[in-house]
Design a protein around this ligand. Structure first.
Ligand code: NAP
Length: 243
């Protein structure tokens, strides 16, 4: 039996590429997003038609624990549990910290950081019962080094990095691996806010001379999902040599 993977934020961008990568290998999938229900349903139809795999598509906010509890009830009914959790859903917030409202701060923290706690908390019991499992968190280079005008985002991803390292230590004795990928600039809608000029300036700073592709992140997620059990607690930077 191929493993079952939960991928949050799969309606587009990196999450969608991860869904395709796993589907190609015949994994059973649970895909999620919050707002783009039509895109998620279209993705589900595409994956089922092309790869003939079971897909559960679920729309809801990963930053809401009640929703994640309902999602795991459904997962338990359909699949028993999940072997792989990819905490990918995330939002950015660009602006001065002093202009950010506490509501915006808490919303971002819930989506980018608390969600990883919620999914991990509910995925771990099944993983423990099987004495195996993988939790892969999609982080950012800003979580490593911080970015001006992205303080909350940097803090959420820095938190996700520490969450990854600490949880890896807690779960290594149970043969469950926890790793993160700290992405640089990946060519998705999240970066559509940049003007052509800003984009070129960014590319100029990246030694590889281009943005990364969602498919490149997906390939690394797939590698981590199949890597040696000894690889855990790592924040792997994928940024074309940028940071
Ligand atoms: P994206 O194109 O904006 O896609 C984000 C995905 O997350 C969408 O499917 C979105 O669906 C979903 N999402 C957002 N809020 C959600 C919520 N509350 N609950 C459930 N799903 C939610 O972004 P991306 O570039 O693929 O980013 C994916 C991850 O990579 C994020 O964690 C991001 O921080 C990280 N990352 C990206 C880059 C980059 O350069 N692109 C760099 C470093 C790290 P809905 O719109 O339907 O909610």
């Amino acid at each position: 039996m191929k493993p079952t993977a939960l991928i949050t934020g799969a309606s587009r961008g990196i999450g969608k590429a991860i869904a395709f990568r796993f589907a190609k290998e015949g994994y059973s999938l649970i895909i999620n997003c919050n707002k783009s229900a039509d895109a998620l349903m279209t993705l589900k139809e595409e994956l089922v038609a092309k790869y003939h795999i079971p897909v559960l598509a679920s729309v809801g906010n990963v930053g809401d624990y009640t929703y994640i509890q309902q999602l795991f009830e459904e997962i338990q009914k359909e699949f028993g549990g999940v072997d792989i959790v990819v905490n990918n859903a995330g939002i950015s917030h660009i602006g001065l910290l002093s202009d950010m409202t506490p509501e915006e701060w808490h919303n971002l923290m819930n989506i980018n950081l608390s969600s990883a706690f919620y999914t991990s908390k509910l995925a771990i019991p099944y993983m423990l019962s099987k004495q195996q499992g993988k939790i892969i968190n999609i982080s950012s280079v800003w979580g490593n080094i911080g970015a001006s005008c992205e303080v909350a985002y940097s803090a959420s991803k820095g938190g996700l990095n520490s969450f990854t390292k600490a949880l890896a230590k807690e779960l290594a004795p149970s043969n469950i691996q926890v790793n993160a990928i700290a992405c640089g600039c990946i060519d998705t809608e999240m970066n559509q806010c940049f003007s052509d000029e800003e984009r070129l300036a960014l590319i100029d700073e990246i030694p590889a001379g281009r943005f990364g592709l969602p498919e490149e992140v997906a390939a690394l997620v797939h590698t981590l999902a199949n890597e040696s059990n000894y690889l855990t607690g790592q924040i792997i930077t994928l940024d074309g040599g940028w940071c």
